[in-house]
Design a protein around this ligand. Structure first.
Ligand code: MGD
Ligand code: MGD
Ligand code: SF4
Ligand code: MO
Length: 757
């Protein structure tokens, strides 16, 4: 099955980077002594989106593939807390039995699913659907519910659909709490940024308290005070309202509610708000005018505001600027996303679903991450009693690490599916190790480009080591152990596949018509039926056959324009699936047209809704908060978790991978360092309301006084870590520091103080 059999001469193989959502196409030379090393890595010129681009990180991917501490056997926790290795038969049987027992005693709703994929691996989420459906696991979450759910809520109500922006063609590009020079998030980020910065007719605007690498390139850097964005954006929109610079005709043609919104800004004291935001009023007004006058504006909001105070309100204010200036639906502006499989479900808010214990708003089907411990640590009858964690590390990545660990330990059952003995796996009752992302077919649904959008199914580069297999196999075995795998359907579909797609499709849909519950089993049935009949290295792609059928129903025109399913007698779903299996370098699956964007506004009346009354109280309340009150005990604002050159969430665990900043230093302004008597490279004690840590100081003139920052993804337990490795940021953050609407954390505004040691 491997593309590079042991002992064969090394050669280049197409795959993708798994370290951020861009998933740049890569070519990898597999070799080394044991034939299992990722020896050399380069950008893949044949990839339709990244076109040969890659940043500095993927050259270190062998630290992921060949981690010295990789898990090799299933582990079961002993009563004394230590682990013992068990065989797979025992592991699968016991996990299935214990999950079922909890379901029988307390209902499937008491079993919580977390994860399903990180930056490179979304197929586990497809296969786990079976487990979730069979057990009736109603509640789930993942990392999106600590960053994107506020934005999704706003976007859903205003537009009924999610949007991204066209930075390649915009006249003005605005980054709000985002540092794409290091975090990327748009294709070929550094190329696009440089082009934008170099062109005298275009304008790059960065809103960030730090003078980031992106800000250094910018024409305009609005160096907002940490957490001051709501005042800044409110002032910008108010300037447009008061100077009569909104795109009135466009608004009248496509939007509702301006008359409800306008009074909240008509008399807003712009000077006061600018002072609170820490940005000169003249600069704020000039930036607002530049946006209003531009032919097209692209916006990107990210963690600097999404993990901060007023985050949902800021997402709203940001969109008022976008729609208020008509920047939707034309080249260089915001556009809808044609997804192969939506990552976030959207609604215009008619359903109000709540978590069982705390009653927190569930957005896009995801329970807010910050309430998870409170949904466990209680005697409430509907509490979560068990958790199935897959491809995620919540004990490290979610707010309040100590409380999260306490919650995970209080569960009746914790099952963790991972490649490494993570902070979360250490607390599990069962740890189920799986094949890495280079040992199975994988893909992500981070497909956001427009008007051409691409998908990349990667083939396995290597066989997994003896005794390990992918999540697809794991979920198939769990279904078999629970006695729900319909053997007859598997056998019939296996046969039908040999008779051709027509017969296969007929067989599948006939079965589905007879029994609608079959849909939930489809992922593992498909894997068992056709996994081993797909081309070598693609077995785990089986479930994508189903994804392709659904996409063919949902976006037939986009597929057809991409050349899929347009020919007479050609079925679009089959054409899409075939293209997946035939495109080692990725392929364009959707071609859209800017002229269709307005028709894709998915609110009930097809118009953009500018008024979100739920947010007006918080908006008006900004007037009272216009003076900055800092607790004298915690006078600093800590950004707990920033993207740097060598950070990649917790995907690479051995700190040896980091070429720079191995210690994950705390960055501080020269003025604060001098005042506190702290030296560059020296130690200090960092104290927050939640915890404290000994940090290493990096004095940096990129920081403004009062603001300090720590990297994200550091402080991992690893045998090679020694005294390196840095601080786990969530030892310092709190659950209650969260957005009132979306429950997203305020990691970027953690109150802190520093002491000399
Ligand atoms: N190198 C690297 N790249 C990554 C990742 C990684 O781990 N490492 N992770 C990926 C993931 S999962 C994500 S979600 C993205 C996130 O990508 P980004 O959101 O760009 O990441 P951050 O560096 O966490 O935060 C962005 C900026 O917010 C700024 N900020 C802090 N406080 C404030 C504030 O009050 N207001 C404003 N306006 N800005 C503020 C910070 O100074 C920082 O420059 O990156 C992805 N890319
Ligand atoms: N304080 C603070 N906290 C943060 C952030 C911050 O800025 N500040 N950033 C947040 C953000 S934006 C994000 S996206 C989250 C990310 O946090 P998480 O969603 O928890 O994910 P990752 O750290 O990316 O970890 C992915 C896990 O998948 C495992 N893995 C890798 N490959 C495979 C595979 O093939 N199969 C399986 N089953 N597992 C695999 C890895 O070993 C790792 O344990 O962190 C968040 N936490
Ligand atoms: S931009 Fe992201 S996906 Fe591309 S090479 Fe860098 S880390 Fe990997
Ligand atoms: Mo993220």
């Amino acid at each position: 099955m491997t593309a590079a059999p042991k002992g064969a001469p090394a050669s280049w193989h197409p795959t993708a980077c798994i370290l951020c959502e861009c998933n740049c196409g890569l070519e990898v030379e597999v070799g080394g002594e044991d034939g299992r090393r990722l020896v050399r890595i380069r950008g893949d010129k044949a990839h339709p989106i990244s076109e040969g681009y890659a940043c500095e990180k993927p050259s270190r991917l062998d630290y992921y593939q060949n981690d010295s501490a990789r898990l090799t056997r299933p582990l079961r926790r002993r009563p004394d807390g230590s682990f013992e290795e068990i065989d797979w038969e025992t592991a699968i049987r016991e996990v299935a039995e214990r999950l079922r027992a909890i379901r029988d005693a307390h209902g499937g709703e008491s079993i919580f699913y977390y994860g399903g994929g990180g930056q490179g691996n979304h197929l586990p989420a497809a296969y786990s659907r079976t487990l979730r459906a069979v057990l009736g696991m109603r509640y789930r979450s993942n990392a999106l519910a600590q960053e994107k759910t506020g934005e999704a809520w706003v976007s859903g109500r205003m537009l009924g659909t999610f949007t991204r922006s066209d930075f390649e063609h915009c006249e003005v590009g605005v980054f709000l709490g985002k540092n794409p020079w290091f975090s990327h998030g748009l294709p070929r980020a550094r190329v696009t940024l440089r082009e934008l910065a170099r062109d005298p007719d275009r304008c790059l605007i960065v809103i960030d308290p730090r003078r980031t690498e992106t800000a250094e390139l910018a024409d305009v850097h609005l160096q907002v005070s940490p957490g001051g964005d709501a005042w800044l954006l409110a002032a910008m929109f108010a300037a447009l309202v008061q100077e009569d610079r909104l795109a009135d005709d466009w608004i009248e043609a496509h939007c509702d509610g301006l008359e409800t919104v306008r009074p909240h800004f008509a008399a807003l004291p712009i000077a006061e708000y600018c002072a609170r935001a820490g940005v000169p009023e003249s600069q704020v007004r000039a930036a607002a005018r530049r946006i209003a006058d531009a032919r097209s504006v692209a916006f990107f909001e990210d963690l600097g505001v999404q993990m901060n105070r007023h985050s949902t309100l800021v997402s709203y204010l940001h969109r008022l600027l976008v729609y208020g200036t008509g920047n939707y639906g034309r080249p260089g502006s915001a556009h809808p996303v044609t997804s192969l499989q939506p990552l976030l479900t959207m609604g215009s808010g008619e359903r109000d679903e709540r978590s069982p214990v705390t009653g927190a708003r569930i957005i896009s089907g995801l329970v807010p991450c910050n309430v998870i411990p409170e949904e466990i640590l209680t005697d409430h009858p509907r509490r979560f009693r068990a958790m199935f964690v897959e491809a995620a590390n919540p004990a490290h990545s979610l707010a309040d690490g100590p409380r999260m660990r306490e919650a995970l330990e209080a569960l009746d059952l914790l099952v963790v599916v991972d490649v490494a003995l993570t902070e979360t796996a250490r607390l599990a009752d069962y740890v189920l190790p799986v094949a890495t992302q280079f040992e199975k077919a994988e893909a992500t649904f981070f497909n956001f480009e427009f008007p051409r959008n691409a998908f990349h199914l990667r083939r396995a580069l290597l066989d997994p080591p003896e005794g390990l297999f992918p999540e697809a196999e794991l979920h198939a075995r769990l279904a078999e152990a629970m006695g729900v795998m319909p053997r007859d359907a598997v056998d019939a579909l296996r046969e039908a596949w040999l008779d051709g797609r027509e017969a296969f499709r007929r067989g599948f849909f006939t079965r589905l018509a007879e029994d609608p519950r079959f849909l939930a089993l489809a992922p593992v049935v498909l894997y068992r039926a056709i996994g081993d009949r797909l081309p070598a290295g693609y077995a785990e792609a089986a479930a994508l056959w189903g994804v392709a059928q659904i996409a063919a129903q949902r976006i037939p025109d986009s597929l057809r324009r991409a050349g899929l399913g347009g020919a007479a007698g050609e079925d679009p779903g089959e054409a899409l699936f075939d293209a997946m299996l035939a495109s080692d370098h990725g392929f364009v699956f959707a071609v859209d047209d800017w002229s269709d964007c307005l028709a894709r506004i998915a609110t009930p009346n097809g118009r953009i809704q500018l008024a979100l009354p739920e947010l007006f109280e918080e908006l008006d309340g900004l007037a009272q908060g216009a003076r900055l009150d800092r607790d004298p005990e915690f006078p600093l604002v800590l950004s707990a978790g920033e993207r740097r050159s060598f950070t990649a969430n917790t995907i690479l665990r051995d700190p040896g991978w980091r070429r720079k900043d191995a210690h994950g230093a705390l960055r501080i302004s020269p003025a604060d360092a001098a005042r506190l008597g702290l030296a560059d490279g020296g130690p200090a004690r960092l104290v927050t309301r939640r915890g404290e840590a000994r940090v290493r100081i990096e004095v940096s003139d990129r920081m403004q006084p009062g603001h300090v920052s720590l990297p994200n993804g550091t402080g991992l337990a690893h045998p090679a870590a020694g005294d390196r490795g840095g601080i786990a940021p969530n030892e310092l953050t709190r659950l209650e520091d969260r957005d009132p609407i979306a429950g997203t954390p305020w990691h970027k505004s953690t109150a802190a103080r520093l002491e000399a040691v």
